[in-house]
Design a protein around this ligand. Structure first.
Ligand code: IYR
Length: 222
């Protein structure tokens, strides 16, 4: 294997074990406070904060470093209204027809319905698109690899960055999401992955009384 184009990884930082323990615990403590909220304040958020969170997402590991994602950031109230109307139409179809009884039962404790006011209330919507393939300047297709995995990882890092900045988010997945390509004028090699709603929670927001599984239920050490 040729490594002639490699450079020294001088950014790597090794910490003493004691400090690693503290860092691992304190990051967990920080992240376990993250909650998805469904009621957003219309208070504005400085755009540079969103930009830095997106830069973080863009550092995600991904297939062959093709970076098969696009983040379409919406803060224009007219476009948000359009997205809300289109999403609610799909959601009405979901709640009234498409969802199985089992699915509706699984969602009941979250208190969701087809009404999505947060799509207009929140200062930012980030529509995340995965690129199924690339398009070179000459119009030729470029193969991308592990697209879903890559975009999923970048999205997780974006959600983490948004929480770290002190904002709340909601992963919203109206399905199908083809309307996002139309409204946001994205090309046909892009597919909407999810819609992230970002902003401050409304004052006195409440969240479902749910817990995460303990470590011994989600991990095994062999
Ligand atoms: N997309 C719908 C339904 C929904 C589905 C799941 I799975 C959730 O965890 C939450 C909602 C909606 O956004 O209401």
């Amino acid at each position: 294997m040729s490594r002639s184009n490699f450079i020294p990884h001088t950014d790597y930082k090794r910490y003493p074990v004691k400090e690693m323990r503290q860092r691992a615990r304190s990051f967990y403590n920080e992240m376990q406070r993250r909650r998805t909220v469904r009621d957003f304040s219309d208070e504005d958020v400085p755009r540079e904060i969103i930009e830095d969170c997106l830069r973080t997402a863009g550092t995600a590991p991904n297939g062959a470093n093709k970076q098969p994602w696009h983040f379409s950031v919406v803060s224009d109230p007219e476009v948000q209204k359009e997205i809300r109307e289109a999403a609610e139409e799909e959601e009405r179809e979901f709640y009234e027809n498409r969802a199985t009884d089992e699915w509706l039962e699984a969602l009941a404790h979250l208190g969701t319905d087809a009404n999505k006011p947060f799509l207009e209330d929140a200062p930012y919507l980030i529509a995340i698109f995965s690129k199924s393939y690339g398009l070179k300047d000459d119009g030729e297709k470029e193969t991308f690899y592990y697209v879903k995995e890559s975009v999923g990882i970048a999205t997780g890092m974006l959600i983490t960055a948004i929480h770290n900045a002190g904002l709340a988010s909601l992963t919203h997945t109206p399905s199908p999401m083809g309307f996002l390509n139309d409204i946001l004028e994205r090309p046909k090699n892009e597919r909407a992955f999810l819609l992230l709603v970002v902003g401050y929670p409304k004052d006195d927001v409440s969240v479902p009384d749910i817990t995460k599984k303990p470590l011994d239920e989600i991990a095994s050490f062999v």
